[in-house]
Ligand binder design. Structure first.
Ligand code: TPP
Length: 806
């Protein structure tokens, strides 16, 4: 049997000499896992999760992973990363220690837990690198299964690059769609809905992905019998298996995780098929072990039987590999012992170096503080206390930066009121330290480069005497037509957008004009529609993904929040996904077609732009602006605005609206009314009624919630009127409270107030159906009138006598 395997290896072109290199990698990877756990247990690192027991499958995957390919995996993939040269042992430890420096931890610069990997896809200036010349790893995230939705897009991008002739020129992104997206996932995660939705979507989209399921029988302590209807996940997946060559579906492979030649052969077969036929494969790696248990948070002796523990020892992939090498006489026991010894030394050397490099700059900072306190002792009235402080600082053995900051704070408090050169030094240290560390942990939430949406030049819409009055949806239709014409990388997809042209017709006729791959119908799968957009955008495409209604965006909110919004930040600015999400919301009819759950959204997607245009012309200006930038954004169109007449700009594909700049849509002096979206129209109507009783409100459309009024236009208005009301359709304390906090607290608006600032929102319950349901659930013009009049009555009861009290 084993001899056959050796023959197979020869036959399939794998050099037998590589076997020892593979062994060396497998055992070194194991060593770093062992040392990693020790480092956590000794307190040098906070948490550890490792890839032990999964080494061989990853070595096999690495052998077929080519330049241009993408990985979308999880925290067990360290051996793969080592094998492809994407991670050194030192970098592995640096991330374990949370070394907040990109040169030490290129994946996240200390922002992510250990074993959360990423490779640079953009340079230091935010510009795309040549992705086909590199091995690519999309940035990992901890919520299990979240690697799956974007895998849909990473794989689908290959199909798009292969089948759209106009994209052949983008050689830095794809070599005619030859690239495979490799997913890795644990068996426990296969109980997640997003796993199944992604598997289905990849299959439907006929996209070249290889999904490896590493099945160690457990999800932490829970065995498969509690997670999966059929404990054998590949049996459960059989419905996805293609029935014959050339048919649609997956090719499914099963191979034990300890079978080195079997793994090599399986991955080679899967890769060949997936790359040449552009069909997806699933590799179910069975009989995988977890020698150190799930993570450093607990020990597996608590939930695995003795029998299982013994089995895991017997079937440990590295031990089996060793046995296989010996029984095939590829090497001797002595030689393998030597390799293992070297593995220990290499791992230990890497650990030492990583620790020194992590700790020495912090020790230097500690020493600097010590010196400053020493100087302070000479000038301060609190010499004894400062002396003690200095001793405490000196005694810190492995300080965190937070310890240093805390001692700076103590020294400043102690020497309050004093003035000396030494204290000035301390103040400077404090200021620089705050700035440095804010940058260390807070940079790159949004783009800091030329691709920032905030840097897009504003271009006014141009109108002529010939400009036509059209339905709102026709404005969007013309905008998308221009975008598709201008840039072949723009791909629009979502439910009903293809043949039907969208439920509101904004894409009418565009599939006919640009073809099925540019304007595409999808299944009802919001989560993976967004995942598809994320993956495609990570590979240089410009997806516009439609979520049919804002109410259903919640299905996708998790992946927007965890993946899309955090991508640039969690990679310290080394990856981006300029995906545009399109939806429609605010009021129409009933609970699930009147959503305006903005506070929920804006608080969960910091890192994205959230734009709330009041009409379709404004929406078009924002689409144009986002398409010029390379940042992710969400545009929420006004659901009941598609048939309201607007004037078609002459430069429909060119004009751009600025982000973060509110617009005064009704000037006035008495009170500032701040709103957005569908409420603009209602507040303008209320404003007219208020005019009739002598009140002149200034009505401001904020236009974008993220970013929010970066030019303080609302504050300027408040300085003039001294009174302000924030109005929207979210729940009480929702996005109206967000706007209030921004102006009153953050921008210091309280200073200019002569009346209590107020909010008007929808009711706490969901909007009821029908016109009356809407009226009694959402803010209406009478409510706005009443609230504003009430404020003015308080100011001047003679001029504005009470109307409503009985
Ligand atoms: C959405 C989510 N739920 C729970 C967790 C906590 N958690 C982390 S790892 C894990 C087990 C995953 O098991 P499996 O997919 O089999 O992968 P393994 O760790 O066994 O390789 C769980 C439940 C999480 N990270 N994300």
């Amino acid at each position: 049997m084993t001899q056959d395997y050796t023959k197979q290896i020869h036959a399939s072109g794998i050099d037998i000499d590589n076997v020892l290199a593979d062994y060396q990698l497998a055992v070194t990877s194991r060593q770093v896992s062992l040392i990693g756990r020790r480092e956590v247990m000794s307190g040098k690192a906070k948490f550890g999760i490792f890839g032990d027991g999964k080494e061989l499958a990853q070595i096999a995957m690495a052998k077929v992973f080519k330049k241009g390919d993408f990985r979308s995996g999880y925290y067990r993939d360290q051996t793969f990363m080592f094998a492809k040269g994407l991670l050194t042992f030192e970098q592995y430890f640096a991330q374990l220690y949370a070394h907040a420096d990109e040169s030490a931890d290129p994946s996240s610069a200390g922002r992510q837990m250990n074993n959360h990997f990423a490779t640079r896809t953009i340079d230091q200036n935010g510009k795309w690198l040549n992705l086909v010349q590199m091995y690519n790893s999309s940035a990992d995230l901890s919520p299990v299964g979240s690697q799956m939705p974007r895998l849909v897009g990473l794989a689908y991008a290959s199909r798009i690059y292969r089948e759209l002739e106009q994209l052949q020129i983008y050689e830095q992104f794809s070599e005619r769609g030859n690239e495979i997206a490799f997913g890795t996932v644990g068996n426990g995660t296969c109980a997640e809905g997003m796993f199944w939705e992604s598997i289905n979507a990849i299959g439907v989209l006929k996209s070249p992905a290889i999904i490896t399921i590493l099945d160690d029988g457990y999800g932490i302590s829970v065995p498969n019998e509690y997670a999966l209807l059929n404990q054998n996940i590949s049996d459960l997946l059989l419905g996805f298996q293609r029935q014959a060559p050339n048919e649609e579906g997956y090719e499914i492979f099963i191979v034990p995780g300890w079978d080195y030649p079997g793994l090599l052969n399986t991955f080679m077969k899967a890769e060949k098929m997936t790359r040449s036929e552009h069909i997806p494969s699933i590799i179910h790696v069975t009989e995988v072990t977890q020698p150190q248990g799930h993570s450093t948070s607990g020990s597996h002796e608590r939930y695995k039987t003795r029998k299982r523990m013994e089995w895991e020892k017997e079937f440990d992939c590295n031990s089996r590999f060793r046995e296989w090498i010996l029984s095939n006489e590829i090497s001797s026991s002595d030689e393998l012992d030597l390799i293992e010894k070297r593995a220990k030394e290499d791992a230990e050397t890497a650990r030492k170096k990583a620790w020194e490099e992590y700790s020495s700059p912090i020790i230097d900072e500690k020493n600097t503080l010590e010196n400053i306190i020493e100087l302070l002792i000479g000038t301060s009235l609190h010499q004894d206390k400062l002396f003690n402080l200095k001793s405490e600082v000196k005694s810190l053995i492995s300080p965190y930066r937070r310890d240093i900051m805390s001692y700076v704070h103590k020294a400043l408090v102690l020497t309050r009121g004093e003035k000396s050169q030494a204290r000035q030094q301390l103040l400077n240290f404090n200021k620089n330290y705050l700035t440095e560390n804010q940058r260390r942990y807070g940079s790159h939430l949004y783009s800091e480069h030329d691709d920032s949406a905030l840097k897009v030049q504003e271009i006014d819409a141009v109108y002529s005497s010939d400009s036509k009055l059209v339905n709102g949806f026709e404005i969007l239709n013309a905008c998308f037509d221009a975008a598709l014409e201008r840039d072949p990388k723009v791909i629009i997809f979502g439910q009903d957008v293809g043949l039907l042209g969208g439920v509101n017709q904004a894409l009418r006729g565009l599939q006919d004009k640009y073809g099925e791959l540019r304007v595409t119908d999808t299944g009802i799968r919001e989560l993976t529609i967004v995942g598809q957009a994320i993956g495609m955008a990570m590979r240089g495409l410009r997806p516009i993904a439609e979520l049919q209604y804002l109410d259903y965006l919640i299905y996708a909110l998790q992946i927007m929040s965890d993946d899309l919004a955090t991508l640039r930040w969690r990679t310290n600015g080394s990856q981006k996904a300029p995906a545009i999400l399109r939806t429609r919301g605010h009021r129409l009819e009933g609970i699930w077609h009147s959503g305006s759950q903005l506070a929920g959204i804006i608080n969960l997607v910091r890192g994205m732009h959230v734009l709330v245009p009041r009409n379709m012309t404004q929406a078009a200006g924002f689409y144009n602006a986002l398409l010029k930038s390379e940042e992710p954004g969400l545009i929420i169109e006004v659901l009941n605005g598609y048939r309201i007449k607007e004037t078609m700009p002459e430069n429909i594909g060119e004009f751009c609206l600025p982000l973060g700049v509110p617009e005064i849509i009704q000037p006035g002096n008495d009170i500032t009314l701040v709103t957005y979206g569908a409420m603009c129209r209602i507040v303008l109507e209320a404003s007219q009624s208020l005019n009739s009783v002598g009140i002149k409100p200034e009505v401001i459309d904020v236009r974008t919630l993220l970013p929010f009024d970066i030019k303080s236009i609302i504050l300027e208005s408040l300085r003039k009127t001294s009174r302000i009301v924030f109005i929207d359709e979210d729940v009480p304390g929702g996005a109206s409270a967000y706007m209030l906090q921004k102006i009153i607290d953050e921008q210091g608006g309280y200073y200019w107030l002569d009346s209590k600032p107020q909010t008007i929102s929808a009711k706490s319950h969901r909007p009821a159906y029908g016109s009356d349901g809407d009226y009694w659930s959402k803010p209406n013009k009478e409510i706005v009138f009443k609230k504003v009049y009430g404020i003015m009555n308080e100011v001047n009861p003679i001029k504005y006598p009470d109307i409503f009290s009985s």
